[in-house]
Design a protein around this ligand. Structure first.
Ligand code: GAR
Length: 216
C-alpha cells in the first residue's frame, strides 16, 4: 500500500475529503506550517500522525524547505499532497519530490494562479470557473494538469457562493486524482506530460455540473 503525506495550512477540507474517500493508500502523516491549522485537529481525531514545521523558526526559505522535507521523509511517502498548503516551496524541494508532489488550485489553470481566484474570476466576467489538480513544478500554481472540474458562474454570484461551488468539486476531483496515483494508474511521464493508464491523455476531463443541470 502506498504512503501518502498531506500538507495543509488551514481548514483541511480537501484532506477530510480524502479521508472520507477511503483511498487504497495509507495517509501516514498530516503536516502543517501552522500550529493552529484547523485540519490538524481533524487529522488527530482520525488517529493520523500530525506534525508542525513552522516557517517562523527558520532563517531562510531553504532552511524551512529542508526541515519540511526531513519531516516528510520520516514517513517515506510515495506521494506528497498539497491540500491548501499556502507556502511557496523552493526549486530544490519541488525537484526532490518530482512526479510525486500534487497540488490543488481553485481555478482552471493556467488562469488565475495565486490568491483571490474567485474574486478575480468574477471581476473578469468568467462564465466558467473551477479547480485544477496538477503535478507541481517550480513555478507557482503551475504544472501538468491531472484533472480539472468546471462550474458555471452566475451573474449574481458572490465570491462566497462561487467559492463554495468550486470547493464542492475540489472534494471530488482531488480524491480521484490521488486514487489514480495510489492505484498505480497515474504518473508523470518522462516527457513531462500526465499519463493515465499508460496513455498521454487528460485524465477523465470532468465538467460538473452537466450543462442542463439545475443551479447549486
Ligand atoms: C482550497 O480551496 C485549495 O484549492 C486552495 O486552498 C483551499 C484550502 O481549503 N489552495 C490554494 O489556493 C493553493 N494555491 P481546505 O484547507 O479546506 O482544503
Amino acid at each position: 500500500m502506498k504512503n501518502i503525506v498531506i500538507l495543509i495550512s488551514g481548514r483541511g477540507s480537501n484532506m477530510e475529503a480524502m479521508l472520507a474517500a477511503k483511498l487504497p493508500g495509507r495517509i501516514s502523516a498530516v503536516i502543517s506550517n501552522k500550529a493552529d491549522a484547523r485540519g490538524l485537529e481533524t487529522a488527530r481525531a482520525h488517529g493520523i500522525t500530525t506534525a508542525v514545521v513552522a516557517h517562523a523558526g527558520h532563517a531562510s526559505r531553504d532552511l524551512f524547505d529542508a526541515a519540511l522535507a526531513a519531516e516528510i521523509d520520516r514517513h517515506a511517502p510515495d506521494l506528497v499532497v498539497l491540500a491548501g498548503f499556502m507556502r511557496i516551496l523552493g526549486e530544490n524541494f519541488v525537484r526532490r519530490y518530482a512526479g510525486r508532489l500534487m497540488n490543488i488550485h481553485p481555478s482552471l489553470l493556467p488562469a488565475f494562479p495565486g490568491l483571490h481566484t474567485h474574486r478575480r474570476a468574477l471581476e473578469a466576467g468568467c462564465r466558467v470557473h473551477g479547480c485544477t489538480v496538477h503535478f507541481v513544478t517550480p513555478a507557482l500554481d503551475n504544472g501538468p494538469v491531472i484533472i480539472q472540474a468546471a462550474v458555471p458562474v452566475y451573474p449574481d454570484d458572490s465570491e462566497d457562493a462561487l467559492a463554495a461551488r468550486v470547493l464542492a468539486q475540489e472534494h471530488i476531483a482531488y480524491p480521484q486524482a490521488v486514487r489514480w496515483f495510489v492505484e498505480g494508474r497515474l504518473c508523470l511521464g518522462a516527457d513531462g506530460r500526465v499519463q493515465l493508464d499508460g496513455e498521454r491523455r487528460t485524465a477523465g476531463a470532468l465538467l460538473v455540473p452537466e450543462p442542463d443541470s439545475g443551479r447549486t
